[in-house]
Design a protein around this ligand. Structure first.
Ligand SMILES: Nc1ncnc2c1ncn2[C@@H]1O[C@H](COP(=O)(O)OP(=O)(O)O)[C@@H](O)[C@H]1O
Ligand SMILES: [Mg+2]
Length: 160
């Protein structure tokens, strides 16, 4: 049988589309974390992915669609042992992206302004595309620290 791309960890993806209801933040967090366990992430790393996911999705819900409900799109990809996560809204967009990425910056005085900072520190990379009136897409990647090149999973079992 031909080797699939990605060696030990087969290339895989999943997508989710859901309305920007607050109750879907927890749903997305669990669904993304569950998919991510196909890679040999530690429990701590899975928790970091959960935080990054909820921060990104809640930004879509709260800031992306402040007035009218819209669609949040989540895509998770396993590619060459790397976890790639894209979270997109088609909402209002970010007026000042540089300021938004600063710690403690929020356009809402009630909020902490740490969501983007958490995403940046908990994931290996964070890229943001945004345009006023058309929405925001957040791209993140994370590689398992145990090394996706290993021949065994966390319990030492040979991988298929
Ligand atoms: N998806 C988004 N759509 C529109 N604005 C956003 C989005 N994500 C972030 N922002 C803007 O960036 C700011 C910083 O986001 P964040 O670091 O998560 O802090 P907080 O959510 O606590 O305000 C937000 O206050 C908001 O103005
Ligand atoms: Mg936030």
């Amino acid at each position: 049988m031909p080797e699939s791309r990605g060696g030990k960890y087969r290339t895989n993806f999943m997508t989710l589309n859901f309305p920007s209801k607050p109750e879907n933040v927890a749903f997305a967090r669990v669904a993304v974390a569950s998919f991510a366990t196909q890679l040999p992430f530690t429990l701590e790393e899975i928790d970091e992915i959960k935080v990054a996911t909820s921060e990104a999705v809640s930004n879509c819900v709260i800031h992306g669609y402040p007035e009218k409900e819209g669609i949040v799109q989540v895509e998770a990809v396993i590619d060459e042992g790397i976890f790639k996560l894209t979270i997109k809204d088609s909402g209002v967009g970010i007026a000042d992206l540089e300021a938004a990425r600063e710690p403690s910056y929020s356009t809402d005085p009630e909020r902490m302004g740490l969501g983007l900072v958490f995403m940046e520190s908990f994931m290996d990379s964070l890229e943001i595309e945004t345009a006023l009136g058309s929405g925001t897409t957040v791209y993140m990647t994370k590689k398992p620290s145990l090394g996706a090149g290993s021949d065994t999973d966390l319990k030492g079992h040979e991988l298929q």
